[in-house]
Design a protein around this ligand. Structure first.
Ligand code: DOR
Ligand code: ZN
Length: 356
């Protein structure tokens, strides 16, 4: 370590939005997540999706089994706590919600408008038909996590989040004013302003890619498939507002990486998959984003306090130390079936790293 190095010790973070996938993928994704995070909210968009408590319990056990088989150290193994979500469909029942609330392992219910993103074909087709389920979520204080984009063919991909706020979310909030809602992975100033204008029941997660990049990074000088995720990166003015709110110390905004593994070949394709893989380097990425606007002092609230506060959970007792000593992001990770997994910012140097 050089004498100019700054260390930053923060409460151990949690990731309130992650995709770990299933089966052999877990051997890569789980150790990466467990190295940095204690609690992770595991997205349910498997094939087939995780629709009820039994499926969530079985998925959680597969995640923990994979953790036990990994080389993650004993302390991280015991700290890692996958919190589960149910995938809401047109057939989700009040009973499903009651059982989820009683389960102790289901942290929230995820709503994908059908067709909005990866593995969302079984998502909700008519939000107006979900009244009883929303009432049950409200009753049991179980948060509703939203992929907040409309899916109509005629709505431009860059406008889909704003249209969701105006046409869908505003109505949900009027009808269910005490429902806890997280607008996941917000990408626009419209979403930031919308969340700011609501009660403390409404919060948002923000990914590292939406803080560090904008659509120029995706499209200028050639299409960069590893920057392609949904909701898609927006223009720079939106990125700036996201950085403003993330670093503002407002507890409505907290960490959710949306780390979403897709094998390198499936992204570098004529029809590439949506998702940025960031789990292994998420903390250096967020530190880099916060430091870029002189707000590294606001990192801990965003990574380690506000999400727990929103979910009514204690903050973690352990800590992790970041250091502004550069790291090189690996060009790829091994992934199952002899595939590889290319992380966000592969081969690039980040100014912050996790202290060994
Ligand atoms: O980019 C994304 N990838 N956005 C999502 O909403 C889903 C995710 C995935 O599951 O790969
Ligand atoms: Zn996601």
């Amino acid at each position: 370590m050089t004498e100019n190095t700054t260390e930053l010790t923060i409460i151990q973070p949690d990731d309130w939005h992650i995709h770990l996938r299933d089966g052999a993928a877990l051997a890569t994704t789980v150790p990466h997540a467990a190295a940095s995070f204690n609690r992770v909210i595991c997205m349910p968009n498997l094939v087939p999706p995780v629709k009820n408590v039994n499926e969530a319990q079985a998925y959680r056990e597969r995640i923990l089994q994979s953790l036990q088989l990994s080389s993650v150290d004993a302390e991280r193994k015991s700290a890692f706590d996958p919190r589960m979500t149910l995938y809401m469909t047109d057939h989700t029942t009040v009973k499903d919600i009651e059982m989820a609330a009683a389960s102790g392992i289901v942290q929230a219910v995820k709503l994908y408008p059908a067709g909005a993103t990866t593995n969302s074909a079984d998502g909700v087709t008519d939000i107006n038909a979900c009244v009883e389920v929303f009432e049950a979520l409200e009753k049991y204080n179980l948060p509703l996590l939203l992929h907040g984009e409309v899916t109509h063919d005629h709505v431009d991909i860059f406008d889909r989040e704003k249209r969701f706020l105006d046409d869908v979310l505003a109505q949900i909030i009027i009808k269910f004013p005490t429902l806890k809602i997280v607008m996941e992975h917000i990408t626009t100033s419209d979403a930031a302003d919308f969340v700011l204008a609501q009660s403390n029941q409404v919060a948002a997660t923000i990914t590292p890619q939406h803080l560090l990049f904008n659509r120029n990074h995706l499209l200028l000088g050639g299409i960069k498939p590893h920057f392609y995720c949904l909701p898609i990166l927006k223009r720079e003015s939106h990125q700036k507002v996201l950085l403003d709110v993330a670093t503002s110390g407002n507890p409505k905004f907290f960490l959710g990486t949306d780390s979403a593994p897709h094998a390198t070949h499936a992204k570098e394709s004529a029809c590439g998959c949506a998702g940025c893989y960031s789990a292994a380097i998420a903390l250096p990425l967020y530190a880099t984003a916060f430091d870029s606007v002189g707000k590294i002092d606001k990192l801990e609230g965003f990574t380690s306090r506000f999400g727990a506060q929103f979910y009514g959970l204690p903050v973690n007792e352990s800590t992790i130390t970041l250091v502004n000593s550069p790291m090189q992001v690996p060009s790829s990770f091994d992934y199952f079936d002899n595939h590889s997994l290319t992380p966000l910012m592969a081969d690039q140097t980040l100014p912050w790293s996790i202290k060994a």
